[in-house]
Design a protein around this ligand. Structure first.
Ligand code: NAG
Ligand code: NAG
Ligand code: NAG
Ligand code: NAG
Ligand code: NAG
Ligand code: NAG
Ligand code: NAG
Length: 336
């Protein structure tokens, strides 16, 4: 009995002390020099909150190249310049705006870049396994590339993958097991070395079926179990059906995994934190602190959509600082 209790306490202490980090889907083009304001706001938040680990999702074009979205002319010019002597030619990377600014992100110790992968909810007619594997291999090959400073090359290395549109049923198991084991293998054997960090984050945006939960959490380092809006009013950015976010309503199987042991691999993402109901610094902090109190892996709140980082109250800077404070207060509470 006593030994059992001691183990439970030890597990509790580890869980309670683990911090809830920043999971930032930075779906905004960087601009060049200087960076565009929405991108720069993220860089400033990273610099100002070095106690926080930032997972930063890099997403030039629903993936690393312009083949991902049929009909999308794309913002990568990787394939446009075919002459290696052309300063715009990049063997891997997107274009010099991206290499200049991803390089800046990679200089921060507290940044881990994740490459965006569209997986079509496990519908192989939408995205075949071969197409997805091409994107994975391309992310693994990002290493160094020309920046706008022609005398320099930038570090554009990628340190994990963001599997968007992840399937949530047991029928998806075979495909995603194949994709994740391919990814772990290709990231180990190609590209920059040593890579130091590699994480796979799955984003189904909702709870997986209960009978698929062990498989999904087993193959991923973190899973986005809820991606939703704060507001209760539907809009173009918040099309129904969705559940307005309130950490206090989350429970096992509803925005949290059925199995509590997976909470430290659980991510929640909230956009449209601008009301109604009214959102201000204080309501934002209550929500952020509530998420930290649940012992989750990471989170992000924004008052806009994923391409805007500067709207208040949930600008990227305020969210990062709120998370830092909430983590500090939560672990201080445990220590007392
Ligand atoms: C990428 O986009 C460019 C136009 O920006 C187009 O010319 C090229 O064919 C596209 N490449 C692929 C592989 O789709
Ligand atoms: C590139 O940046 C990553 C991320 O910070 C780092 O792990 C790696 O060592 C860097 N590579 C070089 C060659 O500096
Ligand atoms: C994958 O899951 C989605 C729902 O998330 C489902 O529509 C699809 O049929 C599944 N694919 C397979 C092969 O079962
Ligand atoms: C998550 O918590 C479990 C126990 O609850 C522990 O075994 C595991 O190491 C933790 N994982 C991380 C990534 O902290
Ligand atoms: C995000 O919001 C801005 C401002 O409301 C809008 O211009 C932009 O089109 C939106 N982007 C997406 C991807 O919805
Ligand atoms: C909101 O909180 C942030 C961080 O705590 C602070 O920097 C900012 O000034 C606050 N804004 C208002 C309007 O109180
Ligand atoms: C939280 O604690 C860290 C480490 O002590 C500190 O650097 C950081 O500034 C604190 N965060 C806030 C918001 O005070």
């Amino acid at each position: 009995m006593k030994a059992h209790l001691a183990i439970q306490l030890a597990v509790f202490a580890v869980t309670a002390l683990a911090r809830t980090e920043v999971m930032l889907p930075l779906y905004t083009p960087p601009g060049g020099i200087p960076a565009r304001p929405d991108w720069q706001a993220a860089v400033d938040a990273i610099r100002d909150n070095q106690d926080m680990h930032f997972y930063v999702v890099i997403n030039p074009n629903s993936g690393p190249k312009n083949t991902s979205s049929p009909g999308n002319m794309g913002s990568c010019n990787l394939w446009n310049a075919t002459d290696p002597n052309d300063p715009d030619y990049l063997e891997h990377g997107c274009n010099r705006d991206w290499s200049t600014n991803v390089h800046i992100l990679n200089q921060f110790q507290n940044v881990q870049t994740l490459g965006y992968i569209a997986t079509g909810y496990g519908n192989v007619d939408r995205r075949s396994i071969e197409q997805i594997e091409e994107d994975i291999a391309e992310w693994a090959a990002w290493d160094i590339a020309r920046t706008w400073n022609l005398n320099e090359v930038g570090n554009i290395s990628i340190h994990g993958l963001w599997f968007d549109e992840a399937g949530i049923t047991l029928g998806n198991r075979t495909e995603y097991l194949a994709l994740t084991s391919y990814a772990r293998q290709v990231f180990t054997t190609t590209g920059p070395s040593p890579r130091h960090q590699f994480s796979i984050v799955m984003n189904p945006g909702s709870n997986p079926d209960q009978n698929y939960e062990d498989d999904l959490f087993g193959m991923a380092d973190a899973v986005v179990v809820r991606e939703t809006c704060w507001t209760s009013v539907a809009s173009a950015d918040c099309p129904p059906p969705y559940e307005p976010f309130d950490y206090a309503t989350l429970r096992n199987g509803f925005g949290l995994p059925y199995n509590e042991l997976y909470r430290n691999k659980t991510v929640v993402l909230v956009h449209q934190v601008r009301g109604p109901p009214a959102a201000n610094n204080q309501t934002l902090y209550e929500q952020v602190k509530g998420v930290v109190g649940l012992g989750l892996h990471s989170t992000y709140f924004t008052s806009g959509n994923w391409s805007e980082t500067r709207l208040l109250p949930a600008s990227v800077g305020v969210v990062a600082e709120s998370l830092s404070r909430a983590n500090n207060e939560t672990s201080a509470g445990v220590a007392l």
